[in-house]
Design a protein around this ligand. Sequence first.
Ligand code: C5P
Length: 218
Amino acid sequence: MPSIPRPDTVLITAGPTYEPIDAVRFIGNRSSGRLGVELARAAHAVGLDVILALGPNTVAPPSFPERLRVDRFRTCADLEELLLDLWPGHADVLVMAAAVADYRPKQPAPGGKLRRHSEGLTIEMEATPDLVAACARRKKPGQRVIGFALETQAELMSSAADKIRRKGLDAIVANPLETMDADEIDGLLIRADGRHESPGRLSKPMFAAWLIDRIMRG
Ligand code: C5P
């Protein structure tokens, strides 16, 4: 008997957040959401119900007639609100693959568009709330929270292990910076108890199938 129950529903977040500077500009990142979309596909293929929270400017999500719901977000604040609605009430496992901004403009320019000035522009930024850490604090017994960590190769293991502790995660997928917006991923799954494994460099669909299999096994 596995000690962790087989999940029924998985909540996957994917893609970047766009943090507004003014009405037309934002600070974002190059995340394509591709791995998260492949995770949704792989989870659906093994019979899980899937909720996919997908950010702006990402690859198209799959459309299945049943067992897949797609919610969209744009900013970290949008995603925070979605997660407050969905977690821990609507899923057994949260896979937080979204590339959430760590900082956002403190005060987006009210209305309209910032004017160009020859003396330059300073934008004051504030730290965003750590959404996955907040979800980990809200989880109930039997639920699992899996984070992602984009790291330089030199710090891959140590920094990801530190994030598991700091954020209270059950596991983290550490992957090198080159993964962002790439076709392949060389991911390392590290669990809170220190066990770690990697399937080697794989296409994102193959890695997604591997990770979902590991999640199903507990
Ligand atoms: O600390 P770092 O941003 O490297 O951690 C990455 C993990 O934390 C990812 O799972 C990401 O989705 C999550 N994260 C978050 N809220 C933030 C920043 C990152 O949930 N404000």
